[in-house]
Design a protein around this ligand. Structure first.
Ligand SMILES: [Zn+2]
Length: 116
């Protein structure tokens, strides 16, 4: 595939393409410039890695983001754009006392679920 050649200062076609990995085990494509013969290397895109998975696992510590929050008089979770009931660690009793109903069907289901 064409890649940037530092000598030609532009993208050129490549010959002798060899897939390899760096010390950090990142996939890399080594080749030679078809015009000047200089060595070229380019990092290849990788899909979702361990880091992203770790991030999504961290998400369970937080309340799920929601498109709109709930607003009740004297409520302590007003306009946080979070589900009132969905998510672990939800202060169910406090929210129920303050009058939160759940911001949508999913949230209401969480409320029921938490109740039993
Ligand atoms: Zn070149």
């Amino acid at each position: 595939m064409p890649s940037f050649c530092v000598k030609c200062k532009r993208n050129t076609d490549s010959i002798n393409e060899v897939k390899s990995t760096t010390k950090n085990s990142r996939p890399i494509l080594k080749s030679n410039c078809v015009i000047c013969g200089s060595k070229k290397s380019q990092f290849l895109k990788v899909g979702k890695g361990l880091f992203n998975n770790a991030l999504s696992n961290l998400g369970v510590e937080l309340h799920l983001p929601a498109s709109k929050g709930e607003d009740v008089p004297n409520g302590s979770f007003n306009n946080l754009n979070k589900y009132s009931y969905c998510g672990p660690g939800t202060k169910y009793d406090q929210r129920d006392k303050e009058g939160y109903k759940g911001i949508n069907e999913l949230d209401k289901m969480c409320k029921l679920h938490d109740n039993f």
